[in-house]
Design a protein around this ligand. Structure first.
Ligand code: ADP
Ligand code: MG
Length: 225
């Protein structure tokens, strides 16, 4: 397996009241590592579904999904938990920071889950916050931060355990253009300086062209523009 992400004949159908809503239809996708990848598509076209399958948050009905040689479709729940904790970092549109924790503690959280000591976790969290330019906000809680700063904390939390892949679902969807530019720059640095692959869903046509690879999803399949 030379490719970093390899998806073969992926199918996902939601069923509501015995009515089928096919979302992903024999989707195929091959992607190299250490690239910034954007994914655009109409609302409801399955962007989040695809991202959630890559995050191992959702399962597919059929098909194969490989990330960095790991076959997600063949893993136990325990192995998938390890995959989520070690290999990927996730960034959401609405930040999902814990409101009662400081920026530093929010960033350290994945490392606590991975069994690091508190001292080591806080040290690494500090480094990650420096990477996103927020060393002066470490003690602040989310309500004391701007939207852009909250998303930078979320990026710090996503990179603190040095994942190979960042999955971001409309990460700039709730930000003004200045904050949005900062997040895109951070993702570019993640790729170029840290060697992370960033897979980002966006609604914004401008952002949908700035990747090394810019994908579209339509009718349940990927179109490479
Ligand atoms: P996007 O992120 O591109 O807007 P989604 O992947 O969230 O689209 O959703 C794709 C389609 O699947 C939508 O029509 C949505 O309503 C439907 N869908 C998503 N999640 C569920 C679910 N848990 N149950 C039923 N339908 C769902
Ligand atoms: Mg979505």
């Amino acid at each position: 397996m030379n490719s970093f992400i390899e998806i073969r004949n992926l199918n996902k159908t939601y069923r509501l009241d015995e009515v089928n809503f096919p979302v992903l239809k024999n989707l195929n996708l091959t992607l190299p590592q250490k690239k910034l990848i954007t994914l655009m598509g109409p609302s409801g076209s399955g962007k989040s579904t695809l991202l959630n399958i890559l995050s191992a948050i959702e399962t597919s009905d059929s098909g194969e999904v490989y990330v960095d040689g790991d076959n997600l479709t063949g893993k136990t729940e325990k192995q998938l938990t390890l995959y989520r904790r070690e290999k990927i970092g996730i960034v959401f549109q609405f930040f999902h920071l814990l409101s009662y924790l400081s920026a530093l503690e929010n960033t350290a959280l994945p490392l606590y889950l991975n069994g690091h000591s508190k001292k080591e976790a806080l040290h690494k969290a500090e480094e990650a916050l420096k990477t996103v330019g927020l060393e002066h906000r470490m003690k602040f809680t989310p309500k004391e931060l701007s939207g852009g700063e909250k998303q930078r904390v979320a990026v710090a939390r996503a990179i603190v355990h040095k994942p190979k892949l960042i999955l971001a679902d409309e990460p700039t969807g709730n930000l003004d253009s200045t904050a949005s530019d900062q997040i895109i720059k951070l993702f570019r640095n993640c790729v170029n300086d840290l060697g992370i692959t960033v897979f980002m869903v966006t609604h914004n046509p401008e952002i949908g062209t700035i990747g090394d690879i810019n994908l579209h999803i339509l009718d349940g399949q990927i179109r490479n523009k």
